[in-house]
Structures are given as C-alpha cells and as structure tokens.
Design a protein around this ligand. Structure first.
Ligand code: SF4
Length: 326
C-alpha cells in the first residue's frame, strides 16, 4: 500500500526563555493510503504540536530534526509558499474548536471566495465543488448564503469538514473533531469521516483525540503518545483489548464503562501528572508514574520496537536486555 505520511526521528520543540520545550521528541511512524489512524494521549503529550507542525509552523515552534514526508513532499524543508500551496489540496486540517473556527460575520460563500483567491481557482469552481461535496456530506446547498451563527453545531461542523476536504486532500487531520458535540452528532461526524475515506474523497485520516471510545469506532490503527514520545502503536482492537505499554493500560482503564456503579467502585486513574517537557525525566519518561518501573527504566530510554505482528512498544518490560526490577 502507498505510504502517505512518513515520520522518522521527527522533533518539534518550542523555544522559550527557560530553554527548549521538547514537545515532540524523536517520533517515527508511517501512515498508508486508506488508513484511519487514531492519535491518543493525555493533554500536553505532544499530539497537537505534532499535527500542527505538519500543517502550519509558527514561532516559537521549531522543527529540530528528523524527517517528515507527505508522499514525495519534504515537510521539514518546505518553503512557506509551497506549504500554503499544498494546504487543502494535499494536506488539510479540521482544527480543534472547529465550531468557533468560522467567524460569524462572514457568509459561507465569503469563505469560498477567500479560498478561491488563495488557491488561484475561479470562484465558480470552488462554489461548485462545495455544493457537490456538501450534498455528499448532507448539507443543503442553501448554506452558502447563510452565516455560521444561523447553523446548528452539527451543521457548522459539517461546513468545516466540507471546507477542509473541498480539494480531496491526501491526508486529513481532525483535531478533537467531536469533543464539543452531543453524542448523536458525534456519531454522525465519525460516520462521515469514515465515509470520506471509504469514498476516496480523502486519502488517509489522522484522528487526534483523548476519547478512546470514539477512536475505537473508526480507527484502523492507534498511536499512543506520552510526553513527546510514541510509546505504542498497534491495530485498534489489539490496543483497546490488550494494551501492552503500562501507560496505554492506564489510559484504557481510565475509560468509564457502562454498567459499573462508580459511586461504589472508583474509576482506575493515572497517578501524578505528565512531566515538564522543558526538563523531562531521564530514561523512560513514564518512569515516575509507572507501577512496573525497574532500575533500568530510570536511566535508559526504551526504543520503540516490534513486539509481535503489527505491534510496536517502547518499554523495557518487553526487551531481553532490560535491567533488574527495582
Ligand atoms: Fe514502565 Fe519501565 Fe516500561 Fe517505562 S520502560 S513503561 S518505566 S516498565
């Protein structure tokens, strides 16, 4: 299968007065054509920095090294002019808080005019594409003459999705696309995203979320991030039903389940909080919170290694060269 996105030892830092915040620190993975990939982890784990760095790069964000390729396009060394050119056409994003992404004082057709001008495409062509795509997405064509404030949350989300996919990008990134929606609308948006992939309107999808229930519904593969690192990658059902990394296990255990009375049984949580990425812990970055920590974990960083089949895990528990239990 064709590779759409390839990251290798990719590093994105923020420059601050106190030093570099190592938000994404040596991340490697690939996404194939047609894959829906869930990117999960606690707030501050680097997932939003990672995806934003692929689309828009603004100071104080700095790509410190590694490779990032979108098909044949080098996303690390790309010029700003080229980056603007490929935005929407090759790579596109549904931003976090997408419901607020449309200024209320502009009609939808004004957004379309702006896109046409930016891309150097005739306005009529963009309007035609929008109406055709809106029909597939389940929006009436009349929305082009409406203001965002006249639309429900679900319709506004559909407008944002329509705008983001108007030029059928190879890669669509959806950053927490369902977090502000009610449960019914969430389901519709998830179905819609899967349909966009199934119909070939988009090549592949990265679905960024901390909502494991949502990601389980549509993702083929899950990538788990902790403190700027990828700690586990695997097929969705394998990760959800048999998580290997201690952090992934804690994330899955923390999901509330139907039928359990949490007044009587406490929800299993993750003690402590993620480390500062200005000065992350040595060795395994999860070691201060890990219930299975060993002596070696405190000094040696575990590499992301194949475990079995399609699973990759960064943990000394699964490595023969591990040290002794502390
Ligand atoms: Fe826990 Fe050690 Fe594995 Fe890190 S490497 S997750 S500290 S057991």
């Amino acid at each position: 299968m064709e590779t759409i996105l390839e990251l290798e030892d990719y590093k994105v830092y923020y420059k601050t007065l106190s030093g570099y915040v190592r938000a994404v620190d040596g991340v490697s993975f690939t996404i194939k054509k047609g894959e829906i990939v869930g990117l999960i982890g606690e707030s501050g784990c680097g997932k939003s920095t990672l995806i934003m760095s692929l689309v828009i790069r603004k100071p104080p964000m700095i790509v410190m090294g590694g490779k990032a390729r979108l098909k044949s396009i080098d996303l690390v060394n790309i010029s700003e002019k080229e980056r603007r050119r490929i935005l929407l056409t090759k790579i596109s994003i549904i931003p976090q808080y997408a419901l607020d992404a449309l200024p209320t004082i502009k009609k939808i057709k004004t957004f379309l005019k702006d896109i046409a001008k930016d891309k150097g495409v005739p306005e009529e062509e963009v309007l035609e594409k929008f109406i055709e795509r809106a029909r597939i997405i389940g929006l009436p064509s009349e929305v082009v003459n409406m203001y965002p404030i006249e639309l429900s949350g679900g319709m506004r989300q559909r407008v944002v999705i329509t705008l983001a996919t108007i030029f059928s990008p190879d890669l669509l990134i959806a950053d927490e696309p369902t977090s502000a929606l009610d449960v019914t609308t969430q389901r519709h948006v998830l179905e819609l995203l899967a349909e966009l992939r199934d119909t070939g309107i988009i090549g592949s999808l990265i679905f960024v979320t901390h909502d494991i229930a949502s990601v389980r519904q549509i993702a083929d593969k899950i990538i788990v991030m902790y403190a700027g690192k990828v700690v586990e990658i695997g097929e969705t059902e394998d990760i959800v039903t048999d998580p290997k990394h201690p952090y992934t296990r804690k994330l899955i255990e923390a999901v509330p389940k139907l039928g359990i009375n949490y007044k009587k049984k406490r929800l299993s949580g993750l003690p402590g909080s993620p480390p500062s990425l200005l000065n992350p812990p040595p060795g395994c970055r999860f070691h201060p919170r890990c219930p299975l920590v060993m002596a070696t974990c405190k000094t040696r960083e575990p590499p992301l290694k194949p475990l079995n089949g399609t699973r990759l895990v960064a943990c000394w528990l699964y490595d023969q060269s591990k040290g002794e239990q502390s």
